[in-house]
Design a protein around this ligand. Structure first.
Ligand code: F6R
Length: 243
């Protein structure tokens, strides 16, 4: 695992965006696995800036997002579809057909999971998967549990995730209770993984995930078993990881 220590959020965002753009430059028709949440927003801003300067071209890139709320219309401002339009897709030259997220409104959950799984397989897998880290150690919406979930599946969100995500909604009651997410196996099959973390409140979990026991009780800990993980964090988030 490579660890890049950033001075602050801005520096973390630039370092992460550099890694994402290196992937696009080295393989223009790459498949990027993308994440939502507050941590990657600064990196997306950098990618948009570099695209606008003429340094990046998304015309051959394909993206697959980690997750989407179940029951959420993509036009809803809180949908992850909307988030991706706002922060990246709406500002770069990527075609709508090349961007993929689970369909929150799919009538049949099992069918939707199978569709998304085979879509990723048909694309030839993910070249670079971007991940944030939940306060409870989740990656995607793989919540702490008894076993590492395999492929794309539908999950019940934990109270702590609902609590953490309520900042985006009028109240906790409005946070959807279920979501579609890539499974641990889907994520682990990505050829390269980039994890971004920021802030002191993540420091204990970052240490548990990357230096603690590998256990489904801390879903992100499985990343210790992946052979090509890059962790980019600010000083506060990495403060409990030994130098
Ligand atoms: C987002 C996702 C989540 C977030 C995690 C961290 O697509 O799958 O796992 O990455 O909840 O969120 P932030 O960055 O808001 O702390």
């Amino acid at each position: 695992m490579k660890i890049y220590r950033a001075k602050n959020y801005e520096d973390m965002s630039r370092k992460a965006a550099n890694i994402l753009s290196a992937q696009i430059i080295l393989k223009p028709d790459c498949v990027l696995g993308l994440a939502t949440g507050s941590t990657p927003i600064g990196a997306y801003e950098k990618l948009v800036e570099w695209y606008q300067k003429g340094d990046l071209d998304f015309s051959e890139v394909t993206t697959v997002n980690l997750d989407e709320y179940k029951g959420m219309d993509r036009e809803n401002e809180q949908s992850y579809y909307h988030f991706m339009q706002d922060h990246l897709f709406g500002h770069v030259n990527i075609s709508a057909e090349s961007t993929h997220l689970p369909d929150g409104l799919a009538a049949d959950s099992a069918q939707e999971c199978a569709r998304y799984d085979s879509l990723i397989r048909d694309l030839g897998g993910i070249d670079l998967q971007l991940l944030g880290l939940g306060h409870n150690g989740h990656i995607g919406f793989n919540e702490p549990g008894e076993a590492f979930e395999k492929g794309v599946h539908c999950v019940d969100l934990t109270e702590s995730t609902i609590e953490a995500n309520k900042r985006f909604f009028a109240s906790a009651d409005e946070v959807p209770k279920q979501a579609y997410t890539m499974g641990i196996q889907t994520i682990m099959q990505a050829r390269k993984i980039l994890v971004v973390v920021c802030g002191e409140e993540k420091a204990d979990m970052v240490a548990k995930v990357f230096c603690g026991e590998v256990t489904p009780a801390v879903p992100g800990s499985i990343l210790q078993m992946h052979r090509d993980v890059i962790l980019v964090g600010d000083e506060a988030a990495l403060s409990k990881i030994p130098e």
